[in-house]
Design a protein around this ligand. Structure first.
Ligand code: ADP
Ligand code: ASP
Ligand code: MG
Length: 440
């Protein structure tokens, strides 16, 4: 079984949706097709939800009207016959009646999450009807029947696998099974999601749960590039990456993959292939456990980082001190990305400020606390770069002009992370591109 996931841009225009139907058809064997919402839809749903939470019903209705028009135009191009256009119209009007019903009621966080799920629900229904029109043998398998997260918002891989087994064996004769990315149920059995960009994660969770042959992530670029193409002009695709390398890049900001995508795939050793829907002949990137030669592989950056410095000459070297500091973060369900220590202070970073005020308050018992918001982590990934002579020099030579707030190296031989103020992020990415890859 193959998993084929198509992102928002791959289904965002009627001709692209038709194109992916062809791609699926021309790929031999059985496959599970995971679809995102049409590009722009989840952003629109976020904006509708935020207006509603703020009590701005009229503003929400304006966005709903625009979105509805978009779908009405979309189906006119997607379906060839009057009969299927009528089916498409019924689907669109049903979803928009439901969205308006959600908007009219008591709108809380639960309704918000339900609203966010509508994008993937509608895209998969429209695509399913499109393949029906083309007489392809396919079935729609609702993700809400099997995809779930626990009270810590962690996917329940074992349960997902157990639920999928009977569902898939009942579809034994079907070549193409279509399901929604991103959406799931939470521990209260409510509709929830795997966070923005989560369709990649859905694909890797399904692929790992059923030990698929391969997880394919089809998007709008020819694989993982050596640097962020939205910020750096000249970037190049990387044909092979290890799970560790890809995982670091995804976690530290390479938007092509949801940060957790690689985790289940690595656990069950299922290869992940990144492919370009706009250029299917391009090789893309294959991610496996196999190490590859070479030195520097890629650079990624993650914004919205807060650095916290705890200065405590009295206590720092005492045993148990770091454990007590980390416990404060654990109690607030806030994970730490970078850590550095000195004789008198410890610095660490977090990417979630939800509980910052209370964390700061509790840390005060350990000493003086300084908090710097608006930082960015730059992550340099390569093959054993911290073990090879001269590699670190190359990084620091390239970044000579940039003030570095923190430096972490040695946690893994394949990665170095530095923390800079967000104003230096773009410059740092460009300087590293030139210094490490000779690309300008
Ligand atoms: P999809 O809608 O298919 O999920 P995304 O927009 O989430 O697509 O991800 C693809 C985008 O990720 C690319 O268009 C590119 O701009 C961005 N991106 C950021 N960093 C990288 C990288 N290192 N390599 C490739 N693409 C990247
Ligand atoms: N539609 C969701 C989002 O825009 C999930 C995804 O595209 O992966 O975040
Ligand atoms: Mg994405």
């Amino acid at each position: 079984m193959l998993i084929m996931k198509f992102g928002g841009t791959s289904v965002g225009k009627p001709e692209r949706m038709k194109k992916i139907a062809e791609l699926v058809l021309s790929t031999p064997g059985k496959k599970i097709v995971v679809l995102s919402a049409l590009s722009g839809t989840t952003n629109a749903l976020v904006s509708i939800g935020e207006h509603l939470l703020a009590g701005q019903k009229a503003k929400a209705e304006e966005v709903i009207v625009d979105l509805e028009k978009h779908y009405e135009a979309f189906i006119k191009e997607l379906y060839g016959s009057e009969a299927f256009l009528a089916i498409g119209q019924e689907i669109v009007s049903r979803y928009f009646i439901f969205i308006r019903l959600l908007a009219a009621g008591q709108f809380d966080n639960k309704s918000y999450r339900e609203l966010l799920a509508q994008g993937e629900l509608i895209s998969t229904e429209l695509f399913y009807q499109h393949v029906q029109e083309r007489k392809i043998s396919a079935r729609l398998l609702p993700a809400l029947y099997f995809m779930s997260i626990d009270e810590n918002e962690e996917p329940e891989l074992e349960k997902i696998s157990e639920r999928l087994k009977p569902l898939l064996s009942s579809l034994n004769n079907i070549e193409v099974i279509i399901t929604q990315g991103y959406i799931c149920r939470n521990h209260r059995n409510e509709i929830d999601n795997l966070k923005r960009g989560g369709s990649d994660y859905t694909a890797s969770l399904i692929g790992s749960a059923i030990r698929a042959e391969e997880i394919q992530i089809w998007t709008d670029i020819d694989g993982m590039h050596n640097n962020d193409p939205r910020i750096v002009k000249k970037t190049i695709p990387i044909s092979e990456l290890t799970f560790d390398e890809a995982s670091e890049l995804a976690y530290f900001g390479a938007k092509i993959l949801h940060p957790s995508t690689i985790v289940p795939a690595q656990k069950y050793n299922v290869p992940v292939r990144l492919k370009n829907t706009m250029d299917e002949k391009a090789f893309g990137t294959i991610i496996t456990s196999k190490g590859t030669e070479g030195s520097f592989k890629a650079i990624a950056a993650k914004d919205g980082i807060t650095a916290i410095n705890i200065k405590s000459s009295r206590m720092l070297m005492a045993y148990g001190f770091l454990r007590r500091v980390f416990e404060v973060f654990e109690n607030h369900k806030t994970s730490i990305d970078m850590v550095t220590t000195s004789e008198v202070a410890v610095s660490l970073t977090i990417d979630n400020n939800t509980h910052l005020a209370s964390i700061e308050n509790e840390l005060k018992k350990f000493g003086n606390i300084e908090v710097d918001k608006d930082q960015a982590i730059i992550c340099i990934v390569g093959n054993k770069i911290t073990e090879q002579k001269g590699m670190l020099n190359k990084i620091f030579d390239a970044l000579a002009e940039i003030p570095l707030r923190m430096i972490c190296s040695g946690g893994s031989p394949n990665n170095v992370t530095v923390l800079v103020h967000k104003q230096y992020k773009n410059k740092a990415l460009n300087l590293l591109n030139e210094g490490l890859f000779g690309l300008k």
